[in-house]
Design a protein around this ligand. Structure first.
Ligand code: PMP
Length: 503
């Protein structure tokens, strides 16, 4: 018995899947939750193999969780990781040095748009977001603007699940259980979507006034809280977990102008958009995501950029923040600034300790710049380059676009589809919610769950979720082939036809 006197829960009577506490998954709620029928045993290329018999090949329509951008089982990455484990399995990345982390930082900065000059490492996307938010706050403090503490996120945004990311995030379910304990000093803008944008191909065009309207949310927040109190705005260039929402043309550029007016930093959460998803290395690289004609934007419009997932092809967990020089320098060149102050020099080093003015960033993780993650990261960059995966993704993008948008014409398509969205190597179907047969009330999430199962039975792995739960999101490996895309189309078409029988 346990110390409470009650019989201890007997784990041995439960299945292994029951003992495993799955993130984001309630067994009652998700028919496919902990069922071993829905687990994978192995993966190669663009396909998973199911764990239970009969072992089936399932097309990985999500690249794991938007993360295995090069597909599965890349030998170059496996080899680099195992060799690194043998040579230097771990070394601290602060106060000490290990050159492979420096090399990784250099390679990332070389790949990134010109304005991004420094890389800070973390262990996941959530940690990258926390790091970026903390860097933004510390930056303003270092610049003598410690009142700039308000962080601005958006409705339906996903920025991971740690406290900062959850607080600037806007997915209702992720917040509800923790309401009251979220960060103070957070405001939200609307997400930039209107029903009139439905079924747009790629980036919605011709919504200039709407883009202005959505961006004015930041000006409203500034007029309520004071522009001088706003620290940063964080956005996903394309909202992923929320259901793949592509902003209308011009929106992000206008947002950048509004950030300049307010004097706050702009953070791009490129956890899913970086490493080829848009057909380029970063969304920040693409003319669709900057102000037309503003030369400096081409070097990357954000002050800070969050990375994870495709950073290491998900083989080893890792995250990173890229920073413009002005942000990095404000925090990292403090000693130089202090050294030019005669008073401080006279009292150094005591002044540094007792004045509360220690330069540097007081933040980091045991696994920041982990050597094995660095090895995985470097090999992943080599793989992207050697296989031309970003340009391959750009070539596959129009095929994927056709594959999903032509679904409105298949049996059940018009009835079941509330929207179809896509950009680059990513696409989403928004399903019309199933309704209670007697009351007509929408049963949010039921269509998404049913569709997931149909698609799985048809040999395709997709992700059901987003606000309401009826978004079907796809972000296949960038290595997806035209044959895979036509298989994906057919599996989706058959699933829609089965879906229509549930309405
Ligand atoms: N930001 C975005 C935009 C994401 O999509 C995700 C993960 N889906 C995260 C942050 C969090 O990443 P992680 O799960 O690695 O913490």
């Amino acid at each position: 018995s346990s110390s409470s006197g009650l019989p201890a829960e007997d784990a041995s009577s439960k299945s292994n899947a029951d003992v495993f506490w799955a993130p984001f998954t309630s067994r009652d709620h998700h028919a496919h939750g902990a069922s071993e029928a829905y687990s994978f045993a192995s993966a190669a290329g663009n396909y998973y193999t199911t764990a239970t018999k009969p072992h089936r090949q399932i097309l990985d329509g999500v690249a794991g969780l938007w993360c295995c951008n090069a597909g599965h089982g890349r030998e170059r990455i496996t080899k680099a990781v195992t060799e690194q484990m043998r040579t230097l399995d771990y070394a601290p990345s602060f106060n000490m040095s290990h050159p492979i982390a420096y090399e990784w930082a250099r390679r990332l900065v070389d790949l990134a748009p010109d304005n991004y000059k420094h890389a800070f490492f973390a262990g996941s996307g959530s940690e990258a977001v926390e790091s970026a938010l903390k860097i933004a706050l510390a930056y303003h403090r270092a610049n003598g603007q410690s009142q700039r503490r308000i962080l601005v996120g958006r409705e339906r945004a996903y920025h991971g699940t740690n406290f900062g990311g959850m607080s600037v995030g806007g997915m209702t379910n992720n917040r509800k259980q923790f309401e009251g304990s979220l960060l103070p000093n957070v405001a939200h803008m609307r997400f930039p979507y209107k029903p009139s944008m439905r079924f747009s191909r790629g980036m919605p065009d011709g919504f200039d006034d709407d883009a202005d309207d959505f961006v004015n949310d930041l000006r409203h927040i500034a007029s309520v809280h004071g522009a001088e109190n706003i620290a940063a705005v964080i956005v996903e260039p394309i909202m992923g977990s929320g259901g793949l929402f592509v902003p209308p043309k011009g929106y992000l550029g206008k947002l950048k102008s509004a950030c300049e007016e307010v004097g706050c930093l702009l953070i791009f959460d490129e956890v899913i958009t970086a490493f080829g998803r848009t057909g380029r290395a970063f969304a920040s690289d693409s003319p669709d995501f900057v102000r037309p004609g503003v030369e400096s934007d081409k070097g990357g419009m954000a002050d800070l950029v969050c990375l994870a997932k495709g950073l290491t092809n998900a083989v080893i967990p890792a995250g990173a923040v890229l920073a413009q020089a002005h942000v990095h320098d404000a925090l990292q060149t403090g000693y130089e600034k202090m050294a030019s102050d005669e008073n401080l020099v006279a009292n150094a080093p005591r002044a540094f300790h007792y004045s509360g003015m220690m330069p540097g960033l007081f933040h980091g993780y045991t696994y920041s710049g982990h050597p094995v993650a660095a090895a995985a990261g470097l090999a992943t960059l080599d793989e992207y380059e050697a296989e031309n995966l970003f340009s391959h993704a750009a070539q596959m993008a129009p095929l994927l676009e056709d594959a999903v948008h032509t679904l409105v014409d298949v049996p059940g398509g018009k009835e079941c589809l509330a929207d179809v969205r896509n950009y680059g190597c990513a696409a989403a179907l928004e399903l019309a919610p199933l309704r209670n047969k007697s009351t007509g009330a929408p049963m949010f999430g039921a269509a998404g769950r049913a569709f997931f199962q149909f698609a799985f039975e048809e040999g395709l792995f997709v992700r059901n979720g987003g606000q309401g739960g009826d978004h079907i999101v796809m972000s296949p490996p960038l290595s997806i082939t035209p044959e895979d895309i036509s298989f994906l189309h057919d599996a989706l078409a058959r699933s829609l036809s089965r879906m229509s029988q549930l309405h």
